[in-house]
Design a protein around this ligand. Structure first.
Ligand code: ADE
Ligand code: ZN
Length: 340
């Protein structure tokens, strides 16, 4: 990739709408927290913990992710990880992020009030120190269906406090179809939460159809396997449902073979609404700038990459006035390019 393009991808103002809080913490920090909090982990050194991040598939990844989530124990830990997250986002000029907070993996460590106070403190400190904003999506791990109401309760509390914008569904897709979460998502919508779900990552088109029809989600996490069903591609094209695409995640979890260019090319060419995201950046040895660079090396033009960036902004759950303010910044950036 030409270095001018690399510089532009780094410098362009960006947003991100599919990134997981625990998946965004550096391996060193998780390891230090495990030691400080005396959490048992199945390794004895940082090197071993880092090598744990070689995933066989989504099931193996979810196992590691669950252990990492257990390492975070105190309100101060949550403050630190949110602030560190915003530092990394700001280093890539990411102005705003919508972040999956896997609520079912974090509840009951201490009170919900303390938990939200910690997330808020991290968000305020991060925004003040680094100028990058965050809102959370309270996410149900689909292999913990018994905790779905508890996650909704947290989501509503966080919504009242202005820090949670939506309810999400992540975790093991196989064996845990969307249909089992219909009532919870319907209630979330009635209460004014925005709704999203992972789908079409390790399962095929049915999982996406289920998320659309049963959960009435507004965006699909990944969605790459929609290409297996022409009727679904047509439905997604007409509805322009945003798909939150994360190429490196798909390579690392074996959803797409490494030797192949990413199917986002076919998705864009089919007229689908694609956004670009990093999912679990240090766990997949990536970040958002690297996701854009990956597509650049696979033949995406600057104009196409910029369009993905615009798509991602428009697909946020920000209010119209907030989006409009970012559009002005984005336009200002384009004008600086024209002057060079
Ligand atoms: N949780 C964190 N990353 C995930 C992914 N890629 N798929 C499902 N659940 C996840
Ligand atoms: Zn994800």
């Amino acid at each position: 990739m030409k270095s001018i393009l690399a510089d532009c991808l780094q410098a362009m103002p960006k947003v991100e709408i599919h990134v997981h809080l625990v998946g965004a913490i550096a391996a060193e920090i998780v390891y230090q927290m495990a030691q400080k909090n005396q959490v048992e982990i199945p390794v004895t050194s940082l090197e071993e913990w880092k090598s744990f991040y070689q995933f066989r598939d989504l099931a193996h990844f979810v196992e590691v992710y669950t252990i990492a989530s257990r390492c975070i124990q105190t309100p101060e830990d949550y403050v630190l990880i949110v602030e560190q997250f915003l530092k990394h986002q700001s280093e890539q000029n990411i102005k705003y992020s919508e972040v999956h907070f896997s609520t079912t993996l974090h509840v009951n460590k201490f009170s919900d009030d303390e938990l939200f106070h910690a997330l808020e403190t991290g968000a305020v400190q991060g925004e003040t120190n680094y100028g990058s904003r965050v809102r959370f999506i309270a996410t149900i791990s689909r292999h913990q269906p018994d905790l779905q109401n508890r996650a909704l309760e947290c989501a509503l509390l966080g919504q009242e406090r202005g820090i949670i914008v939506g309810l999400g569904l992540a975790g093991l897709e196989t064996g845990h179809p969307p249909e089992g979460f219909t009532e919870t998502f319907a209630e979330a919508k009635r209460q004014g939460l925005r709704v999203v779900a992972h789908g079409g990552e390790t399962e095929g088109a049915n999982s996406i159809w289920g998320a659309l029809k049963n959960l009435q989600v507004e965006r699909i996490g990944h969605g790459v396997r929609c290409l297996e069903d022409n009727a679904l591609v047509e439905e997604l094209r007409i509805s322009q449902t945003p798909l939150e695409v994360s190429p490196q995640s798909n390579y690392c979890l074996g959803v797409v073979p490494r030797a192949q260019p990413h199917p986002i090319r076919q998705m864009v060419d089919a007229g689908l609404y694609c956004t670009l995201n990093s999912d679990d950046p240090p766990m997949f040895n990536t970040n958002l700038v690297n996701e854009y660079s990956t597509l650049a090396t696979q033949g995406f033009s600057w104009e196409e990459l910029w369009q993905l960036n615009l798509n991602t902004l428009e697909a946020t759950f920000l209010r119209e006035a907030e989006k409009a303010a970012y559009r002005i910044q984005w336009q200002g950036f384009l004008e600086t390019l024209g002057e060079e």
